[in-house]
Write a protein that binds this ligand. Structure first.
Ligand SMILES: [Zn+2]
Length: 231
């Protein structure tokens, strides 16, 4: 896939910043690690992963929660696809509370829940925009893995609420890619999910499994982080 200059703004060496209420897309190779960081605390990041070689395969909340028999996932838990393959595995997590029930916030979310007359496009619109150059259509976007989103559920009634994230400044969650992937990632746009303010998200990519020699033919991480044309 052709690349253009203009990678996301660097927060520090090797770390990229997603501006408040925006989103990015990039690729991972099998064995790469992605760390999503909440630099200021109480900020959610919606994460999507597609099989890079077949975009009809995508992370599945339903499959993952079914196989885990839990709704709260953390270190060691796999994120399964709609075809029951593991796309990502959580390998580190300093928070231990994330959501995999709720769909990305959208203009409709803000219209229906917040009553906004001229709503922001939300994580959904940001993901559609960021993923379009990779060939992902809007109707393919499923429930995202919502890093740091805090949705406690009343076990007796099933009632849930969206509460402030438990993440504090510098908290992070790390995923390892078990397939070649296209990733979508946002700094969430919903007031309620982020305790009333919109903050950036940082992310970092480490190539290959630790201790494995890197493949010389592989494109550089900087290239792979570059936004695709039109992003
Ligand atoms: Zn959102």
């Amino acid at each position: 896939m052709a690349r253009t200059p203009g990678a996301p703004m660097c927060a520090d060496a090797g770390t990229h910043e997603i501006a408040p209420r925006s989103g990015v897309a990039f690729t991972l190779d099998k064995g790469d690690r992605l760390t999503v960081i909440d630099p200021r605390g109480e900020q959610v990041a919606d994460l999507l992963a597609f099989n890079r070689h077949d975009l009809d395969e995508v992370i599945s909340s339903g499959r993952t929660l079914d196989y885990a028999s839990r709704i709260y996932l953390t270190t060691g838990d796999p994120l399964y696809s709609n075809r029951s393959n593991v796309l990502l595995r959580i390998v580190a997590d300093t928070v231990g509370r994330h959501d995999f029930l709720l769909t990305p916030c959208s203009a409709d979310t803000f219209r229906i829940i917040y009553g906004d007359a001229d709503p922001h496009r939300g994580c959904f619109g940001n993901l559609v925009h960021a993923l379009a150059p990779y060939g992902v259509a809007a109707d393919r976007i499923p429930v995202a893995f919502n890093c740091f989103m805090n949705v406690p559920v009343d076990g007796a009634t099933g009632t849930f609420t969206v509460e402030p994230p438990l993440s504090r400044a510098g908290d992070h969650i790390t995923f390892e890619a078990e397939r070649d992937l296209v990733i979508g990632l946002t700094a969430c746009s919903a007031l309620q999910s982020n305790n009333g303010s919109f903050k950036p998200i940082h992310y970092r990519i480490e190539r290959g499994r630790p201790g494995e020699p890197s493949e010389g033919a592989r494109e550089s991480v900087a290239d792979r982080n570059a936004l695709p044309p039109g992003a």
